[in-house]
Ligand binder design. Structure first.
Ligand code: BTN
Length: 321
């Protein structure tokens, strides 16, 4: 059903304003006119507005603001990322769903949802995921050591920040992996994996973007430190177009990572980051390290310099002074 509906949407999009008859659509897809009609009705139920004039045919008038696989895949020219897209209106967590699919899924499979009822952030924090956001997870199967998996989180941060910049939003990366506008967080990334000591079964990179969510509609405790694409731009973005651009950007970075390793990703991360060069307090489970952030190492540890020396901080909460 889903594939056929996608074929019909693709044909209607290609035809633009020119009507296509049920007969032509049927012939193109190898199905009867009655089946075409059934799919058209199903698409209308999904929110597509399709004009049908007797004798002339069908014209696509508008598409719904949904992250349907058809809206993301039509025109997507990637070879790995997004070849298979699983869509849910509501899900507990796209990362949990992706982890269930993990081993059997093709590399590059995407899980995307309009709403997460139990979205998860880092350190077990909840991740508020209402309608209007972009909540997605990507399954990757890289041939790298599990210890090197944090490099993929850096890669995702670079891909998200670059995509936002393509959409005219001046995004930066705050260590370890928040995408921010100034000091306000607009995207969080949660990487999880299924691995043995020296082998990765799969990695799930979960990306949560406050897209078309007015900041004032976020829970009060999040408002001050959060930003959204619609609030910064003063208008809603086309989420499907954004996801398409993000998947392209992820693919560019991932192909580069597979061929050249993480050198370029680290360079890009450094130039997109607004942490480097700042005075920071990094709160780790054992102590607070204060000093100047001067770089990151290959595994994403923050390098902080102070009077006591040079510290490589693997994990912690970074506060700008
Ligand atoms: C963070 O704490 O900054 C990470 C937030 C990650 C949220 C995303 S939304 C899609 C995916 N599914 C989840 O449950 N979490 C990640």
């Amino acid at each position: 059903m889903a594939d056929r509906k996608m074929d019909i949407i693709r044909a209607l999009k290609e035809a633009g304003d020119a009507p296509i008859s049920g007969e032509d659509l049927g012939e193109k897809l190898g199905i009867s006119r009655t089946m075409v009609w059934k799919y058209i009705k199903a698409l209308e139920e999904d929110g597509y507005v399709i004009e049908s004039s007797p004798g002339a045919g069908y014209v696509l008038v508008s598409t719904p603001d949904k992250l349907y696989p058809a809206e993301i895949s039509i025109g997507l020219d990637t070879s790995i990322i997004g070849k298979d897209i699983h869509y849910f209106e509501t899900v507990d967590s796209t990362n949990d769903m992706a982890k269930k699919m993990g081993l059997k899924a093709e590399e590059g499979t995407i899980v995307v949802a309009e709403v997460q009822e139990n979205g998860r952030g880092r350190k077990g924090d909840p991740w508020i995921s209402p309608k209007g956001g972009i909540w997605l997870s990507v399954i990757l199967k890289p041939s790298i050591l599990p210890a090197h998996a944090p490099r993929l989180t850096l890669m995702a941060g670079v891909a998200v920040a670059n995509t936002m910049r393509q959409f005219g939003v001046d995004a930066s990366i705050k260590w370890p992996n928040d995408v921010v506008i100034g000091k306000k967080k607009i995207c969080g990334i949660l990487t999880e994996m299924d691995a043995e000591a020296d082998h990765i079964g799969f990695v799930v990179i979960g990306i949560g973007i406050n897209a078309n969510i007015p900041v004032e509609e976020l829970p009060e405790e999040l408002r001050e430190g959060s930003m959204s694409l619609s609030s910064i731009k003063g208008e809603c973005i086309n989420r499907a177009e954004f996801v398409q651009a993000l998947l392209r950007s992820l693919e560019t970075e991932y192909l580069r990572f597979k061929v050249d390793g993480s050198t370029k990703i680290l360079e890009d991360w450094m130039s997109l980051s607004n942490t480097i060069g700042r005075q920071v307090d990094v709160i780790t489970p054992h102590k607070i390290i204060s000093g100047k952030a001067t770089g990151i190492n290959a595994d994403g540890a923050l390098i902080v310099e102070n009077d006591e020396g040079v510290h490589e901080v693997i994990a912690g909460r970074c506060i700008y002074k």
